[in-house]
Design a protein around this ligand. Sequence first.
Ligand SMILES: C[S@@+](CC[C@H](N)C(=O)[O-])C[C@H]1O[C@@H](n2cnc3c(N)ncnc32)[C@H](O)[C@@H]1O
Length: 387
Amino acid sequence: MKDKMKICKHFGECGGCRFQDIPYKEQLVEKENRIKKLIENYGWKIRLKPIQFSNPWFNRNKMEYSFADQGDIVCGLYSKNEKGKVVDIEECLIFSTDAKVILKAVKDFSRKKKFSVYNKYSHKGFLRNLIIRETKFTNELMIGIVTTGCQDLDKEEFVSVLLQSILDNKICSIYWIVNNSLSDAVIFETKHLLYGDKFFKEKLGNFVFKIDIDSFFQVNPRMAAGFYQKMVDYTDISSDKNVLDLFCGVGSIGIFFSPKAKSVLGVEVSEDIVNIARQNAKINNIGNMKFIISDARRFLNIQGEPYKDIDLLIINPPRSGLSNKITRAIKRLNPKLILYSSCNPDAFFRDLISLWENYRTDFVEPFDFFPHTPHMECLTLLKKIDL
Ligand SMILES: C[S@@+](CC[C@H](N)C(=O)[O-])C[C@H]1O[C@@H](n2cnc3c(N)ncnc32)[C@H](O)[C@@H]1O
């Protein structure tokens, strides 16, 4: 049965969201069943909490579109049916109503300028990607065009075209990002701020977060505030407890914990992101939070030595999850509680097995941060067992 109210015109061809024709309630049941099966496979007696859901439309705060030359310049997402083909996106119902206006303006501008498009086989050409980020609570837009450095972008005209397209002062920053790398991923080799502020600001609960064009931030902010608050509530943290937020990003999770904890230490590999995290702690008047720039494993094995007295370890790693070396180092650190969340259920369960020798949990809770896609976030609280 189709959800006739809202199905994107690109559904069926666009590889962005695959489940739009499945009513949202059924999507949630399918996701719960997937986690239920994973729990059964491992034979664990743990409770599956009901999946937390979000508004399935216009929830994402970021999209990364690709340019292609398909007779004309197109910009959109890769086709799920034809390898290498880009679906020329005109609307994006999981993202923003402004996306179609921005996409049209950038495509018209690029066609008028007769820009070439980067070809990943010949490594020639100019246009690569278009990044759009939208805050959901503060009504701001950040736009970044990604090109190679083989020619100049007509910067002034690009900015003026964009500012004319969105008329309500919603655009807070416009970037030109140069990426000459051979990788398919967007690499932010050089960031030129063409207009506005370096950062945009999002508000989650009582906190404000500065975010850069290339820093990680939960893609579904309307769900994130409740998710972070739940994390705090589950741990029952008190003012005599020390918290370590191991992959802290711009500090979001740790900042939610800081009013209740004695101290929060954030560890993050990127110096740029730590600088933003420090600013986020400052603008939220957080006085008990410190940050260390370090690879997580290196921190646990070497730099972490003076920070042994950890009551709660928070782990929200990249999609790939934890390496065996990190899980071994975590066991040596020996925190009483581990709050673990991941956007990759397979990596999440694999890592739980590694920690199972010393830790137990009695629940897993899925969060549907990514409606219409197979993805979801899983959360659990692990408690140290007496060995
Ligand atoms: C999934 S994000 C989580 C960010 C943060 N917890 C949040 O909710 O906004 C993972 C973060 O880990 C950082 N990271 C990736 N590899 C790392 C490593 N080896 N050591 C420390 N941090 C790492 C990334 O830069 C990114 O900011």
